[in-house]
Design a protein around this ligand. Structure first.
Ligand code: C5P
Length: 319
């Protein structure tokens, strides 16, 4: 498909998307649900190295530490894990795999390669059971959005998906970073289930990403575009890739930039078809992907055959 070929080249414009996706994107721009008011610069056409440096300059992965209001007065300093995520793994991992949930993971046969990494990151409800050949079975960290914690259908408390792994949850806060407003009106109430889970399983590392971290990543995506991108947080995929670049020497990302297996199948584990899952509607996914592709130091063959992007950890980025 021509859209995917343009993504491989890193030169995709919104005009190439279907009218339906273009309309959805415009609606999100007009709605501006999170009150985004971007005041930064815009530098289109930075090189991959320049983008890497800009991202490295930003905050290392940051999680709620309970020191700020309203979390401080609610006693969260005793609720959050003693070690922040940035310190949990000491010097960090050598090699890390980020496994997106894209339908193109199906029939990839990448399971063994994925499991050979020191750490594997997965997303939301993505299973390994029954899909080991294609996605592997090792999970080190799982990023979950607030809906997983809040909606009963996900059975957060009982499902094995959320056991024996490090959990990292997130929810879109206002762009102004008003934590009071966020606490009283999150997208989905993740705070109550988080507290409850921390109390029941204090030994399981479980973090909530700081909204500052998420919006700072969004700012970099916007800074690298002349067009206005969707004023909504980056996808879990983008957040996860950047998080692993802070924790690992080298990061391999699978089926974020689609391979030749590209499909409208939304997730490898569900029979639901929608091109928006790969190209974006709510999330500024297209712009995220062009930025990641620009930083890719892996081969064209890896990208086309495996949907694999190779990124240096920030420790190995010298600016
Ligand atoms: O849908 P979900 O957010 O759980 O998927 C995890 C991540 O995988 C997404 O945030 C997105 O970055 C990536 N993804 C993708 N293409 C798809 C499905 C997911 O790039 N078709």
């Amino acid at each position: 498909k021509s859209v995917v070929r343009s993504l491989w080249k890193g030169s995709l414009s919104v005009g190439m998307l279907s009218p339906r996706l273009q309309t959805a994107m415009k609606d999100y721009l007009n709605n501006n649900k999170h009150g985004v008011a971007y005041r930064g610069h815009r530098k289109a056409q930075q090189s991959g190295q320049q983008v890497l440096c800009e991202l490295k300059k930003g905050e290392k992965v940051r999680t709620l530490d309970g020191a700020e209001m309203p979390f401080f007065k609610l006693g969260w300093q005793k609720i959050v894990p003693a070690l922040p995520l940035s310190q949990l793994y000491g010097p960090g991992f050598q090699t890390c795999a980020v496994v997106t949930s894209a339908g193109a993971m199906l029939h990839s046969g990448l399971g063994k390669e994925i499991d050979s990494h020191d750490a594997v990151l997965r997303f939301n409800t993505a299973p390994t059971e029954g899909y080991e050949r294609d996605v592997g079975n090792k999970t080190t960290i799982r990023i979950i959005n607030s809906q997983i914690l809040a909606h009963p259908k996900h059975q957060f408390n009982t499902s094995s998906l959320y056991k024996n792994v490090t959990l990292v949850a997130w929810d879109p806060a206002p762009y102004t970073l008003n934590l009071h407003k966020w606490y009283s009106n999150p997208d989905y109430n993740l705070f109550t289930p988080y507290m409850k889970h921390r109390t029941h399983f204090p030994k399981q590392p479980f973090y909530i990403l700081h909204p500052k971290y998420i919006w700072q990543l969004w700012d970099v995506i916007q800074a690298n575009n002349l067009e206005n991108i969707q004023p909504n947080p980056p996808s879990s995929g983008f957040i996860g890739i950047l998080m692993m670049m802070s924790l690992c020497e080298e990061v391999h990302v699978y089926e974020y930039i689609p391979s030749l297996r590209q499909t409208d199948l939304c997730h490898y584990h569900e029979r639901y078809y929608d091109a928006a899952c790969t190209l974006g509607a709510y999330h500024p996914l297209l712009y995220e992907k062009m930025l990641i592709q620009r930083m890719n130091v892996g081969s064209e063959d890896d990208l086309k055959r495996k949907g694999k992007v190779t990124l240096p950890g920030f420790k190995n980025v010298h600016c």
